[in-house]
Design a protein around this ligand. Structure first.
Ligand code: GLN
Length: 455
């Protein structure tokens, strides 16, 4: 399937078919061995997966879609990759993304764009656009993405697939190339809520190598989905529609209509739907675009031309640590990455720290308090996943226009709460995503509501 369609879709940066086939044989052997011993293997054993190229894989090139890491072969596996290997999910290859996960369209990859399988002239979302397109184009049944400000949920929404950002700390960040460490959240992507849950259960683990890993993150999501599918009943569940994200300026009318149609389905299933206000969401986007570049500028300082990947010496003048660093970073980073490093460095600088970074952190706390108050009124919160469907390549050339589309997904990252996007229908022939948010560690609620809504 990859050979047949990926020339047009461009979901993968690297495919290792031989290794995947060998892994598939190993999966068969593991299954036979377990059968003989009367034991069970994980349900996804032998099911191939795609992995976002922000996640390091031992012996297989990992680039973060950046020239600065071109050709870099990691000497170790990310913890979540170890989990995939332990459960015998063959890794088909590494998927495209916006460089260092900065973007919402996968147009900002140093190695070419990925197309939306629904319309090859449109973006697949981002930054996990390669993983979403691979799943949407039936090139992989499941895929792993990362979500710092919406990068799993928004591409899932615009490709008609399912994506989950688990509670922060559920899936280890060890071996996930850092963008903004306090927001980065790896998670599962698939075509159904059940497949997403099965992958969630494989990649989630407590990891002492990640200082923010949760020892008690919830598991058993597949069981939750099966129980919800059998019952198909949401009686007693309080669903809060986020007032600040329920349409208005910048929202496509077809997206809002699809969202409201899904709310009716929830009511039919017995849920009580009311509107809940989170007043500080008005400032969430601004806070995110200060905190994220601040953390990213610090994390990306490690690409100094000495440790990994690209090294460029200055065309003229002395070769010193500083000139090599400057030449390497100048040549190795793309425009969007440079923009964020400059912005982040600025807001962290002595004269501006309190005004920008300090204020943004205060807003983050206010957003977290809004969520805490909202959970008194609702068991889950809902909104459209993205204000618009997949747009045409080049349509959002202005960085601010692209940033603004993240308004619906960013609040979950600032608060560290889990969130799911699943398809709620079409608008002008393009998929629309429905977003469900739950309190920290209550990921099971996403899967329960998602499973019923999907039916
Ligand atoms: N679109 C957002 C950004 O550009 C989110 C990125 C992400 O989640 N990795 O920052």
């Amino acid at each position: 399937r990859i050979a047949a369609v990926d020339g047009a879709v461009g979901a993968f940066l690297d495919v290792d078919a031989e290794k995947a086939l060998a892994d598939a044989d190993a999966a068969d052997a593991a299954r036979r061995e377990a059968d003989a011993a009367g034991e069970q293997v994980p349900e996804l054993t032998g099911v191939p997966t795609a992995v976002k190229d922000l996640i390091v894989t031992h012996g297989q090139v990992t680039t973060a879609a950046s020239r600065i890491l071109e050709g870099w072969v990691p000497p170790y596996d990310a913890t979540l990759v170890k989990n995939l290997r332990a459960a015998h999910l063959p890794i088909l290859g590494k998927t495209n993304l916006d460089e260092f996960a900065m973007g919402g369209s996968t147009e900002h990859s140093a190695f070419g764009r990925t197309a939306n399988p629904w319309d090859l002239e449109r973006i697949p979302g981002g930054s996990s656009g390669g993983s979403a397109a691979a799943v949407g184009a039936f090139e992989a049944p499941v895929a792993v993405g990362t979500d710092t400000g919406g990068s799993i949920r928004q591409p899932a929404a615009v490709t008609g697939t399912v994506g989950v950002k688990p509670t922060y700390g559920t899936v280890s960040r060890f071996g996930v190339i850092a963008m903004a460490s306090s927001l980065d959240t790896p998670g599962p992507m698939a075509r159904t809520v059940l497949d997403t849950a099965l992958l969630h259960d494989v990649i989630a683990s407590y990891d002492p190598l990640d200082s923010t890993s949760l020892p008690d993150a919830p598991r058993g999501m597949a069981e939750v989905v099966r129980a919800a599918q059998a019952g198909a009943d949401l009686s007693g569940l309080r669903v809060g529609v986020i007032a600040e994200l329920d349409g208005g300026e910048g929202y496509q009318s077809g997206v809002v209509d699809s969202f409201h149609a899904a709310l009716e389905l929830l009511q039919e299933a017995g849920a009580a739907v009311e509107t809940v206000s989170l007043p500080h969401l008005e400032y969430a986007l601004d806070a995110y675009y200060l905190i994220m570049p601040a953390e990213a500028s610090s994390n990306l300082a490690r690409y100094d031309g000495m440790r990994y990947g690209l090294r460029v010496e200055p065309a003229e003048g002395p070769v010193t640590a500083e000139t090599v660093m400057s030449a390497t970073r100048g040549a190795g980073f793309g425009d969007e990455v440079k923009r964020r490093i400059i912005l982040g460095t600025h807001v962290l600088s002595a004269g501006y720290y309190d005004a920008y970074y300090g204020s943004a952190q205060k807003v983050r706390t206010l957003v977290q308090r809004d969520f805490a108050a909202a959970w008194q009124q609702a068991d889950v919160l809902v909104s459209p996943t993205a204000p618009v469907t997949a747009y045409r390549f080049g349509e959002k050339d202005d960085p601010l226009a692209m940033y603004k589309l993240d308004v619906t997904t960013i609040p979950a990252n600032l608060a560290g709460v889990p969130a799911m996007s699943l398809p709620s229908g079409l608008s002008d022939g393009l998929p629309v995503g429905f977003q469900i948010l739950a309190p920290q560690r209550a990921d099971d609620r996403l899967y329960r509501v998602g499973a019923v809504l999907e039916q």
